[in-house]
Write a protein that binds this ligand. Structure first.
Ligand SMILES: NC(=O)c1ccc[n+]([C@@H]2O[C@H](COP(=O)([O-])OP(=O)(O)OC[C@H]3O[C@@H](n4cnc5c(N)ncnc54)[C@H](O)[C@@H]3O)[C@@H](O)[C@H]2O)c1
Length: 256
């Protein structure tokens, strides 16, 4: 699906080499954006960018660790050097599936894993915004899309460190929206539901994904492409007077 709604825009997708991020990157490129895939997984980032270029669209990969300030500054600089602008930032990178997390109870999570969860999912989002907002300010225009999770609303037992970061993203989105609105920058958030983002899911993951169907109004497994329309909406001029908002995209599991 493509209507060129992002023609000429430069869009950074963090964690765009795998899973849902790859779907955001593919769809935004199909909508005419120059896509920059900022990935820790170098091979996955380059493969995703190459696939987009092979489809006749524009993409580059920049090896990035969102938890590292120097790496995020280098990312913004690479975009400025290549395209002279940044219009869209999707803060999708997280410790979730490709970088595995413990799915255990609160007192069984290793302390170093708690710290790295905060460093990537929360600090990484903040550092990317710190690096990119100055470039957006130069043109008085920008679209930042943060990624939370339906788990932040439901609070399911286990993996409290992950859910805590995703709840943090909800507040982060509101504060940043108020601070950067004066520069023409919109900040919104997508909260995906339980999504089959793995290329080759193991039997347990498959069970987890299909098990989520019974709690939904719409009775099927959620796939990465279910999320791309919301991302294009928040990235496009169609949402120019919307900021500080979170859209839950989960087939009606969470209603608020
Ligand atoms: N799949 C779901 O059920 C689900 C549900 C709710 C929210 N989400 C959120 O959607 C986003 C994508 O999830 P996914 O299912 O595609 O997971 P995923 O693990 O496949 O994708 C995350 C990507 O981030 C990258 N990454 C990890 N650490 C990084 C770092 N330090 N710097 C740069 N890149 C890094 C990984 O290499 C990977 O490509 C995440 O923010 C996740 O929390 C997913």
């Amino acid at each position: 699906m493509s209507y060129n709604r992002l023609a000429g825009r430069v869009a950074i997708i963090t964690g765009g080499g795998n899973g849902i991020g790859r779907a955001y990157a593919t769809r935004m490129a199909a909508e005419g954006a120059h896509v920059v895939i900022a990935e820790l997984d170098k091979n996955a980032g380059e493969a995703a960018a190459e696939e987009i270029r092979n489809s006749g669209r524009s993409a580059i990969a920049v090896h990035t660790d969102v938890a590292d300030e120097a790496s995020t500054l280098a990312l913004a600089e690479a975009c400025r050097a290549q395209f002279g602008r940044i219009d869209i930032l999707v803060n999708n990178a997280a410790i979730f599936a490709s970088v595995q997390m413990s799915r255990t109870y609160f007192d069984e999570i290793p302390i170093p894993e708690w710290d790295s969860m905060m460093a990537v999912n929360l600090r990484g989002t903040w550092l990317c915004c710190r690096a990119v907002v100055p470039v957006m300010k130069e043109r008085g225009y920008g679209k930042i899309i943060n990624i939370s999770s339906g788990t932040a609303f439901r609070g399911p037992a286990t993996r409290i460190h992950y859910v805590t970061t995703k709840a943090g993203i909800l507040g982060y989105t509101k504060v940043l929206a108020r601070e950067v609105g004066q520069f023409g920058i919109c900040v919104n958030c997508i909260a995906p539901g339980n999504t089959a983002s793995e290329e080759e899911p193991d039997p347990l993951t498959l069970e987890l994904r299909t098990g989520a169907v019974s709690n939904r109004a719409l009775k099927r497994v959620e796939v990465p492409e279910d999320l791309t329309g919301a991302a294009v909406f928040f990235a496009s001029a169609d949402s120019d007077f919307i900021t500080g908002q979170t859209l839950v995209v989960d087939g009606g599991a969470t209603m608020h």
